[in-house]
Ligand binder design. Structure first.
Ligand code: SF4
Length: 493
């Protein structure tokens, strides 16, 4: 498909935002994530699988390093290391030479990754080369250095230049690995050796950050001008600068939005995505870095014979599930960026809490919540399926953390942050700058919809070559019974 620019991106009207009954094709375009955009940037087939089949593995191939959680550990440790320096609990300047400084970092890493079998390999392959590359910057950091990690940014109107000198706006949300306020840098990290796709990612995140209205920034950032910030992609071996004025990225962004729109609404776009993908990735010339190659180039086995019929039946279901998710997650995202906190509170979507001083302990602390919402939250907090998000900042820019809540009597709740390795909750400068308030809201379980898409889609790949074994396989037989010509008979008891 040739590059294209959509005539416009359709946002939900206020009436839809305020309570349309969700049914059928949504009368608005999606609220894309930066991950969706980078999938579309990589390959139209990757975004097709992402949107319609819940397959999010294009950037996480099944490599040994991924199996060791190397990428995750690398990211979290860098956050932990820099937070330790900013909080003053690690002073690299206390060592005279580089060997001593690296030993301090090694020692911190060994404690941090104590539960990982492969921590020595992760250290030598990823963390050590990165630390050697960035040692001077780490040594120059002082206690109180303002560096923020995992900041979610969202905007409904981000401008992208068109070739005729015009501008088209779209919505976008995503999470920034690091904003180094004092050094004026925005950084994305990867354990891969190149900056491919990550450069587009950091650029999109910066566009989103700079499109957020100024009155949504925390007060202490009044003097911060993010348009001046440098963009960087860091790999373990090298740091790559990313150009902000980038006509190619502008053009590709329009393409990505067009793919997302077309694949969401138009079944014909699937054929176009396949045609386009064959231009850039074929069986003979595969993109070895793409985690979906097993799916795109798998030779399917003969059984079940009913597979084609099953695929035909499933096809419409995938898009219906995607629309279902849009009515829930995407519409909510539009509400978050278009409405202020008071309105969101009135709608019962969020509530503002106040941290009780002196109650923080590792990854837990206590808050008071408004009496009007405390009962409802208390009831939900006892429901094991409830996942809360707490936000330091607001719904346009802030640190969103998964948490569990427990009622400690009346309006007092204890909050425990989940998966908190490497985060310093109450020591984070962002929290200091926005006061000790936080937002609490319940995360909608839209990941269940994605889970259904993925599981149903994986069923299409199940297969057996041998007919005798296929006859013994209960799942294959079930598929033959439902979608093939097999007659299902009641078993004799
Ligand atoms: S394996 Fe190739 S065709 Fe498939 S999604 Fe990845 S890049 Fe596209």
């Amino acid at each position: 498909m040739s590059p294209q620019i959509l005539p416009r991106w359709l946002r939900p009207t206020d009436r839809i935002l305020e309570g349309a009954y969700p049914s059928g094709k949504p009368p608005f375009d999606p609220f894309p994530t930066v991950t969706e955009m980078t999938n579309a940037y990589l390959c139209p087939r990757a975004i097709y699988h992402y949107l319609l089949h819940g397959e999010d593995g294009a950037f996480t191939p099944h490599t040994t390093a991924e199996g060791w959680k190397a990428g995750d550990t690398f990211h979290k440790f860098v956050d932990h290391l820099k937070t330790s320096i900013a909080q003053g609990s690690l002073n690299l300047g206390s060592q005279k030479d580089d060997t001593g400084k690296l030993y301090q970092i090694w020692s911190l890493f060994m404690d941090f990754a104590a539960n990982l079998d492969k921590r020595e390999i992760i250290w030598s392959e990823y963390v050590k080369p990165w630390a050697e590359n960035n040692l001077n910057d780490l040594v120059a950091m002082r206690p109180g250095h303002r560096t923020l990690f995992e900041i979610t940014v969202s905007s409904e109107h981000i401008g992208f230049a068109t070739e005729g000198g015009g501008n088209r706006t779209y919505p976008l949300t995503g999470r920034i690995d690091e904003i180094d306020i004092d050094n004026k840098k925005i950084i994305e990290r990867t354990i891969k050796q190149t900056a491919t796709c990550k450069d587009f990612q950091v650029w999109l995140l910066w566009k989103t950050l700079t499109a957020i209205p100024r009155d949504r920034y925390p007060e202490a950032w009044n003097d911060v001008d993010f348009s001046e910030f440098e963009l960087w992609v860091e790999t373990p071996q090298e740091n790559f600068p990313v150009t902000k004025v980038n006509p190619d990225f502008e053009r590709r962004a329009h393409d990505c939005y067009a793919w997302i729109h077309n694949l969401t609404f138009d079944p014909l776009a699937v054929w176009e995505a396949y045609t386009e993908s064959f231009r850039i990735c074929t069986l003979e010339n595969k993109n070895a870095d793409c985690g979906l190659s097993w799916m795109c180039f798998l030779h399917k086995q003969q059984f079940p014979l009913g597979r084609n019929e099953m695929r035909r039946k499933f096809k419409d279901m995938y898009r219906a599930l995607l629309w279902d998710k849009m009515w829930s997650a995407d519409l909510l995202q539009y509400k978050f960026v278009r409405r202020n906190e008071e309105e969101l509170e009135e709608w019962g979507l969020v509530c503002r809490g106040r941290v009780i001083p002196g109650t923080s302990n590792d990854n837990a602390f206590q808050v008071t919540l408004p009496s009007a919402q405390a009962n409802l939250i208390s009831a939900k907090a006892t429901d094991e399926s409830s996942n809360f998000l707490i936000v330091f900042g607001n719904m346009s820019i802030g640190q969103r953390l998964k948490a569990t809540l427990e009622n400690r009597g009346q309006d007092v709740f204890s909050i425990t942050i989940e998966d908190n390795d490497g985060f310093a909750i109450l020591g984070d400068p962002l929290i200091a700058t926005v006061g000790e308030d936080l937002l609490v809201f319940e995360e909608r379980p839209t990941y269940l919809i994605t889970g259904i898409q993925r599981n149903v889609h994986r069923l299409e790949y199940r297969g057996i070559k041998d007919e005798l074994r296929a006859k013994e396989d209960s799942k294959i037989q079930l598929i033959e019974g439902v979608f093939g010509r097999k007659r299902i008979k009641k078993a004799r008891s």
